[in-house]
Design a protein around this ligand. Structure first.
Ligand SMILES: O=C(O)c1cc(=O)[nH]c(=O)n1[C@@H]1O[C@H](COP(=O)(O)O)[C@@H](O)[C@H]1O
Length: 237
């Protein structure tokens, strides 16, 4: 069912190793992108100063998917605080104490009102039930997303990264508050690539997404600016 009160924003994933390329894409997508996502590939290749440079004061989704012991994750959050991201990811599978440590570090290391939204990745959108079963989780992605989503919220996490296919279940179970962010978005006809649990931008919006994350359908398009504008128009339509 469509949620009339919620607006769904577009986050563009700038997945490249090249600062020049990332900056070009950031410029191409312009205001169609409510937030820019820089993650492991870019940060590992270009460094964190380049992350700050490419974001250039625009809202930054720092997608590092932290997953380690609580002390290490808490320390990493403190170390990253100078970048002032709007959103920061960690894996819900790291458990309650790890997520609580991240939240505590955020509360202590960021100035009042400037802490990022902490987002817990539930089940990667590249996993289907079969791939998940190989990791020992045998009751399917939906059950695991709900289990980890509840744990994350109890642990002081602000929002969840999940596939759009789990949105209506999560809204029914967790209500309006958690910020729900959905990658694995594919406009009709776009190649799914390594993504398994996909939906279109409009479907994700109607199912209750706060944000959709789109990378290759924009960055690998012949005209990234037009591709981003088309997705923004689909969300607004
Ligand atoms: O945390 C994420 O952003 C994320 C979680 C997830 O489950 N699946 C997922 O694809 N992502 C990220 O979302 C982006 C999706 O990119 P495309 O598949 O190219 O649209 C990539 O930058 C991924 O790292």
């Amino acid at each position: 069912m469509s949620d009339q009160t919620r607006t769904t924003g577009l986050i563009v994933a700038l997945d490249t190793q090249s600062p020049a390329q990332a900056s070009q894409w950031a410029q191409d997508v312009g205001p169609a992108a409510g937030m820019l996502k820089l993650g492991m590939e870019f940060a590992y290749a270009a460094g964190f100063q380049a992350v700050a440079d490419v974001a250039g004061g625009r809202p930054l989704f720092l997608d590092l998917k932290l997953h380690d012991i609580p002390n290490t994750v808490g320390s990493a959050v403190r170390a990253l605080s100078y970048l002032r991201p709007r959103m920061l990811t960690l894996h819900a599978g790291g458990g309650r104490a790890m997520m609580e440590a991240a939240r505590k570090a955020c509360d202590e290391a960021f100035p009042q009102g400037e802490r990022p939204l902490l987002l817990a990745v539930t089940v990667l959108t590249s996993l289907d039930d079969q791939g998940l079963a190989e990791t020992g989780v045998e009751d399917g992605a939906r059950a695991q997303v709900l289990r980890l989503g509840k744990l994350a919220v109890q642990s002081g996490i602000d929002g969840l990264v999940c596939s759009a296919q789990e949105l209506s279940m999560l809204r029914a179970e967790l209500g309006d508050n958690p910020v729900l962010v959905t990658p694995g978005i594919r406009p009709a006809g776009a190649a799914s690539g390594d993504q398994k649990r996909t939906m279109t931008p409009a479907q994700a919006r109607d199912a209750g997404a706060d944000w959709i994350v789109v990378g290759r359908p924009i960055t690998q398009a012949a005209d990234p600016a037009a591709a981003a504008a088309a997705i923004a128009a689909e969300l607004a339509g």
